[in-house]
Design a binder for this molecule. Sequence first.
Ligand SMILES: [Cu+2]
Length: 514
Amino acid sequence: MFLGGTQALSAMTHATTTHPDTLNASTLTPFVDPLPIPPTAKSMGLRPLPSAPKTKVPYYRLAAHPIELKIHRDLKPTHFWSFGNSVPGPTLEMRSGEEILVEWANELPQQHFLPIDYRLDGADHGNPQVRIVTHLHGGLVPPEVDGFPEEWFVPGKSVIYPYPIQQDAAMLWYHDHAMGINRLNIYAGLFGAAIVRDKTEDALNLPSGDYEIPLIIFDRLITPDGQLYYPVSAMPRAPWVPELFGDAVLINGKLFPYLDVEPRKYRFRVLNGSNARFYDLSFENGLNFHQIGTDQGLLPAPIDLKRVTLAPAERADLIIDFSNSRGEQIVLKNDAVGVMQFRVASKPVSDNSSLPKELRPVPKIPESQAVKTRLLTLDEYTSFTGQPVLLLLNANYWHDPISEKPALNSTEIWTLINPTDDTHPIHLHAVRFQILDRQSYVPWLYQTKREFRFLGPRTPPDPSEAGWKDTASAYSKMVTRIIVPFNSYRGRFVWHCHILEHEDNEMMRPYEIV
Ligand SMILES: [Cu+2]
């Protein structure tokens, strides 16, 4: 059994229950809007690299600004913030070994349109309301271009980040990372896909061009007049809520879209861009997914799945073969709810693309390679009414001194100890890693006596997450071990929970590769 489904449910136990001011998305007619495909970002010519002025590389400019977007035929346009004219913003196409320059600009208004909690670190009164800084999630890039949460900038300003991409082909994504308001900025629409390609992938003859499509899934709460609604707590001076769950599940910016497909193989690059929701995707008719990749690129071989489970920020690279479904209309479900429809044409087509048996070797990192094991707890603190009020990593606040200082080119095991009722998707910047195993344990014994009593054997990762990862689900009441080679760059980065409400309320820590 794959734990994702049940564990995902436990992550929802703190969901704020009713939102009288929001629309019930299930009352909208499904499958009346075609799936939008975010445009590819266009380079604005070549520019010299700041570090090597004789070298000119493609230059892009992505400016955050307000837009209005139709998310459903029967809704008025919705106000978003975007790095383009769509949400998600334009897709950045990159090749391993080729550097690019991206200017991230802030052309937003001075006032935020979502509820800021001024108690949160970084969002304090005195700081400007509107601040952005972009992180390339999964990008193995130097600290000065990683988008450190405190290196935000205000409307009218911009930064130019050179990205020296030298990593395996993978689907990355860019998103805002501004301290204390990250959950609001991403909710507002400040994110998009970034695809890295390389020669190994080229040689595989996977479906490409019109047959390779990103599916970026994110949930929102929508008011009856079609606007984004972000809930607040019952306490006016502490509006933070522990998780955001919306009943409106958007794919590439549309609610319940449909996609006309030919009866052949397609490659879908699926990203969970939600604040807190886990997805459990399946086809109503039982069609298979062939998963070929994880967060950080290709798996050693395709695996066949009936369900695909994704925590916030996780990606799945999927091949879906519609060749035996001519003339059918196939609904993609999340849990029991249909979220998208594929309309398969009836006329047969020729398909020259491949689903190779072997993709890219992913050598397992031996545990013996690790020079250090860190025990790190994931902590949640609740009020007297049982409401979560604060989340920490290893009982440390953001501003506590840096405690994790792995050496450059060393390998470590990070043991994530989760006594809470939630699954926390843990993301480390600047590295890729492998999941070693998970094991049930007795939380109170560890919390009181620092003793481990295990309730079962170590379970290896599910085949769907047994490749290179940058985000791993640390399941409730379990110990999750990851093995991490710190072989990118020296400097200060962050690691955090990718439930954005947790991250904004102290479940994020700096770490330093030394
Ligand atoms: Cu969390």
